[in-house]
Every structure is written in structure tokens, then in C-alpha cells.
Design a binder for this molecule. Sequence first.
Ligand SMILES: Cc1ncc(COP(=O)(O)O)c(C=O)c1O
Length: 462
Amino acid sequence: MKFLSKKATCNSHGQDSSYFLGWQEYEKNPYDEVQNPEGIIQMGLAENQLSFDLLESWLSENPDAAGFKKDGESIFRELALFQDYHGLPAFKNALVEFMAEIRGNKVSFSPDNLVLTAGATSANETLIFCLANPGEAILVPTPYYPGFDRDLKWRTGVEIVPIHCSSSNGFQITKPALEEAYEHARKRHLKVKGVLITNPSNPLGTTVTREELNLLINFIDAKGIHLISDEIYSGTVFDSPGFVSITEALVDRNMQNSDVWDRVHIVYSLSKDLGLPGFRVGAIYSNNKTVVAAATKMSSFGLISSQTQYLLSVMLADKEFTRNYISTNQKRLKERHDVLVLGLQDIGISCLSSNGGLFCWVDMRHLLKSSTFEAEMELWKKIVYEVKLNISPGSSCHCTEPGWFRVCFANMSEETLNLAMQRLKFFVDSTTTHRRSPGSPKKMFLTKWVFRLSSYEHEPER
Ligand SMILES: Cc1ncc(COP(=O)(O)O)c(C=O)c1O
């Protein structure tokens, strides 16, 4: 297109991916229990709506925090004028303590090493700007969060080289997979500057094991590169084995005085653990003074508003509240996760065993017509347009094995989740019946079975 920059017209943003296309389809026809009961149910959005009541009751008990008041006095003018990109000290203190609380206070963080950003999206991009030049590479284990194509590559000009993980070991990171990715980058003449992991993983919903963390530490040590650990889901870990943060793994190996200590950077945000993606609260935590200084300067492009910082500084400083919030939220996530896993099990669909996150990594390989990404796309379209569930196909997460889907469970009511299970069950039953008798005239028409859903609920098991 004429007169526009290459950046504005290139398509490395990734918005054509089925991950974002599914959202668009949902927007056109969103499910609503009363207004649009036959609409698409959004299961492709990793939002946490399970503990809003806790936040709301805290807000009603602490009206001053959202009302620009401190000790009963208005601080409106102070907040309106505040524009220091170092952030409000009270908020940074409260945030590092919250991060330590999530990690069972096994490690501590200094507010001096924290850079505030408008969400983890901004934190990840800022870190990439600090660590790599255009045309250099970051290794990322697959499957990975589809937003990384935008966050790590689009504006920075940096390449992602996948570390291929497979279902044979539950998609864990292995030494050969790391070495292979490194070698692959070398063959493409790309200089590798680091590895980026998500812990717990999006889309797997699993925590990275201590063995994997040690492997990664050894790898970045040997290659002289960086490690970014995106720990945005750290507060969602609801089951054993618990969350081991990269900081804990380094401290346990007494690596505070090593080179590696300065080459490990954490990304965090309150979008998932507190369920506040709209507040745009993220952070980079790094022991590298140069990275902290550069990222702080860059944070001018995406700061957190002062009233948000103020409100959250009061909320997170309330230790009784944060402790209760973290444990209650985890309990609710586990319950919800179990509803999804058991519901799917009932339909003959299994999930990768997971212990965190707001989603499950669901194995639908047996529902594919063939083991190809074309067949995965075909199944995905059926699930979106006929079953009316927006889930994310593994291909959008760069998974190398067709047939896996990410299904979110914390952005809806339990009733809606149950309805989604009913729809899926009906679809799977019809598909398998159809397959069992290929000559059968039974063809599934969406309108017919969607209308039947409410009565289906009361029908006996067939
Ligand atoms: C792994 C990961 N990193 C970063 C983000 C972006 O989060 P934020 O809303 O804080 O920008 C997400 C959101 O889904 C995510 O899953």
C-alpha cells in the first residue's frame, strides 16, 4: 500500500491466525443466555472471572482507594500530575511483595529491579527491544501463546525460532530440542540472543519442572544468552507439583553472583492472577541494571496510569486480602478445571494433565479425519460454526502435532461451561455415530441440534 510504512502494512502481527479469527467470529455472534442462547461461546480467551466478587467486596470496604483519597484527604491533584516513569514507590513495593507471596515467600524481590509496563504484552516487547537487534532470534518452546508473534516479532524485527516439544513427554523441554533449535537458527544465519518460556505454560497449563529449569539455566549459561521467564500465570497454580519460579531455581543453585543472574528476566502482570487485563498492569523484573535502566526509559511508551497504581498499591498492601484472594482463587480454578476435564472425559476426550493456568490443552486427535493441519482446521471450523464454541487450534500456537486445542474455562459461568460440554457431547456423539455407519443418512444440521440443547439436558443418557 502506498504512503504507509512497511511496519503498518506487513503481516507479521499475526492477526490472521485462527486464534484471532475465532475471536472475530465470536464478536459477530456472542452467546448470551437470554439474548442469544444459540451464539458462540467464547472459550478462546484466557480471562479469569472467577474471583471478581472478592475484588468487588474489597473495593466496597475500601472506597477511598478508588476515590482518589488517602487518610480521608483527596489526592486527586497529586495523581493527576504524577508522571514519573519510575512508578509510584508504594505500588512497586506492594507488587514485589505480592510476587513473593505467590512464590510462597521462598524468594524476595527488590522494587529497584522492577520496571512497570502497560501489561505483559508491553513487558515482553520492551525486553526484546533491550536484548536483541532486528534479525536476531529468540528461541521459544512450542506450543506457545499466539500473541508472541505480535509481541516479540512485529515491531522489534526479531525472529522466533521454535523449540519443538512433543506429546511423547507431555511437551516438556529437552536438551536435544534446545540444541536443535539453536542449530536451526544458526543454519538460518540468525544470532540467538535468548530463550523465552512461559511458566506456567500458555497453552499447556503446566508448570515448568525443576529439571527443565535447570536444563534451561545450563543452556543459557553455556551459550552466553538470556532467559525470559513469563510468569504471568504464576498465581494460578492450583495443584501439585507446585510452581517453581526461575528465581527459586537460581537461588537454590547459589547463582546470585554468576553471570547468569544478570541474564535472567521475569515478566509479570496482573491480567491473569487478579483478572485485571483491562487495567493494563505489567512488569519486568531483572537483576541487570542496564536492562532495568533501558526498559524504564522505554516504558514511557506504555505506562500504567497513576490512579490504577494508587488503587492497586492499597489493595496489594492489604496482606490479609491478598493471601485470601490467592488461595480462594486457586481453589476455584481447580474446581472449574475439574469440571472441564471430567466433562470432556465423559465425551471420550482427554486433556494433558495440568496444574495451572486458565485453560486445558485438549487432545482431539481422534476426531480428525486425518492427522494433518488441514483436518485440524476442518474440525476447528466445525466447532466454531456448528458447535458454536470458540476454542484455539494447536496450529495457532505453533504446535507441531495436529489435533490439539486450547480450551479456556475461567471466563464464563459454570452453567455456560456445562452448556459448552453438552454441545460438544452432542457433536462428538453425532460424529462418531455417523462414522460408525457411513451409509447412514443422518447428517448433522446445526439449527436442529442447537434448538434441542435445552431439552437434551433433561434427556436420559443414551
Ligand atoms: C503468556 C502470556 N504472556 C503475555 C500475555 C499478555 O498479557 P497482558 O494482558 O498483561 O498484556 C498473555 C495473555 O494472554 C499471555 O498468556
